[in-house]
Design a binder for this molecule. Structure first.
Ligand code: BGC
Length: 488
């Protein structure tokens, strides 16, 4: 099938390509990278509700169930740290080895956790899981964005979020059954089975080819061209290939991506890679992801019923993520962000009011809010930061994205219970304020990136009413006047 929609940004080229089985299968396997993150997110909330687990490791918590979220902490600390290392590995050794390392550390972590005899083993296991998630989240979105044909990059990249949600749903289903097992076997199975997605990523990474962009970056120019031809399904790839070569030449000037990303010319990417994950987390989504079982239980469901309810919610979320997959390259990132922002805003205010005046329940409200999130901040929160940076800072920018994401995940997880206690239904208004700011921010500051080839992104920034001033003319190779004609 020849592709698709064309970019409206002035000066941006639209390459020819066919949608090959190879690129499809490659991105499908690449997206497995989201499974470990999802499994990790989905399994923890349930396991920390399992009484044998708490009795074994946290007897004091077992007594006072209120601290049951404690083991979320280490995971996000280490994911944050590892994403910073991962940036160098992704750049120097290629995206696939970073994925492999993510799978490997996650695999070892799952063994430590499944066989844990004491808190130390549990902790080491969690730290390794955190490293695994950091490596995978750093490399997979970039891998997908580079492999995908420009006109379908959104859909292919959203495969990562589909895998995350899939991981969460599978974990919740597993928890549902293991929670019914007597003794310590249940939680051991739940934690130990994390080795399955880990193996899938390791095997996946071994069979996956590296992206043409990464091959060129590491000096394998001939291989890169062959790879580009085979994933685009045509031999005439000169135009796209030349853009990759140019991007690589640019990138060679940059010796220290970490120092360079601070330069004014990368200001738009730096600001976006900080603010998008910040807003993603400040929609309050992980309150639901981590605490759904706790919330349902608080509402009077038994511990099994609470997992069942969380599972049903997860399946609805999965369906919603597919809506993004099928619309993001047609309507664009901005339209989805803006409509999702409005939807989340309305639903959060409605939930806050309903709870405030004691109409409705938290359960029904959550589903509405999650739908808004899945459509927007979930998938786009990973897509946009992975596609907006030029090659020379892409790995560093993605590391910042992961680190900021993990930091705010950690912060919300830490503070949620205290905030809920003090703010009660006002907590929904608190998150609504951030959704409101996010919507305005996106409207003003994020240019449309749909259908724009990844190595041509500078042109989009150059054409933007505000960011244009930061991008030097030589970064786009066409006259500045031409670029300024159209601003978003
Ligand atoms: C977010 C996570 C969230 C997950 C599922 C991801 O995109 O980064 O924080 O838990 O979606 O909702």
């Amino acid at each position: 099938m020849a592709g698709g929609f064309v970019s409206q940004t002035p000066g941006v080229r639209n390459y020819n390509y066919k949608l090959t089985p190879k690129v499809f299968v490659t991105c499908f396997i690449g997206a497995f990278g989201g499974l470990i993150f999802g499994y990790d997110l989905g399994i923890s909330g349930g396991v920390t509700q399992m009484e044998p687990f708490l009795e074994e490791f946290f007897p004091y918590v077992h007594k006072k169930m209120k601290n049951a979220h404690e083991n979320e902490y280490c995971r996000f600390d280490t994911a944050l740290i590892s994403s910073l290392f991962a940036s160098t590995i992704t750049r120097v050794f290629g995206r696939k080895w970073s994925m492999f390392l993510g799978g490997l550390t996650f695999f070892i972590g799952s063994a430590f956790n499944g066989f844990a005899q004491n808190i130390a083993m549990l902790l080491i296991g969690r730290i390794l899981l955190g490293f695994g998630v950091g490596f995978a989240n750093q490399s997979v979105p970039v891998y997908l964005s580079e492999m995908a044909p420009p006109n379908l990059r959104g859909a292919f990249n959203n495969g990562f979020q589909v895998a995350i949600i899939f991981g969460i749903v599978v974990a919740t289903i597993i928890n549902y059954f293991t929670a019914q097992m007597k003794g310590n076997i249940g939680w051991r199975i739940s934690l130990g089975l994390a080795c399955v997605p880990a193996m899938m990523i390791m095997i996946g990474a071994l069979v996956l080819p590296d992206t043409p962009n990464s091959l060129i970056e590491r000096g394998f120019t001939e291989d890169a061209k062959k790879m580009l031809q085979s994933i685009r399904g045509i031999s005439e790839v000169d135009e796209e290939f030349q853009d990759l070569i140019d991007a690589s030449e640019e990138s060679k000037q940059v010796k220290h991506p970490w120092k360079n990303i601070m330069l004014p010319r990368y200001r738009p990417q730096l600001i976006m890679t900080c603010f998008i994950p910040f807003f993603q987390q400040l929609t309050g989504i992980n309150v639901i992801t981590f605490y759904a079982p706790v919330l349902f239980q608080t509402l009077g469901f038994g511990s099994k019923a609470s997992l069942l309810s969380a599972m049903v919610t997860g399946i609805i979320e999965l369906l919603c993520t597919f809506v993004s997959v099928f619309t993001v390259d047609r309507f664009g990132r901005r339209v989805l962000f803006l409509q999702g922002g409005i939807q989340m805003l309305i639903s959060q205010i409605a939930i806050g009011v309903m709870i405030g005046v004691k109409f409705g329940t938290v359960g029904t409200g959550n589903i509405g809010k999650q739908i808004g999130f899945r459509l927007v901040m979930g998938p786009l929160g990973w897509l946009v930061p992975s596609e907006i940076s030029p090659l020379e800072i892409r790995s560093a920018a993605q590391a910042i994205n992961v680190a900021v994401n993990m930091f705010f995940t950690f912060l919300v997880a830490q503070l949620f219970l205290t905030m809920l206690c003090h703010m009660k239904f006002g907590l929904f208004f608190f998150f609504a304020v951030f959704v409101f700011i996010m919507t305005i921010f996106i409207y003003l500051m994020l240019p449309e990136t749909k259908n724009v080839p990844i190595e041509e992104m500078n042109r989009v920034w150059k054409a933007h009413w505000f960011w244009g001033r930061f991008i030097p003319d030589e970064a786009v190779g066409v006259s500045a006047a031409e670029m300024q004609q159209k601003s978003v």
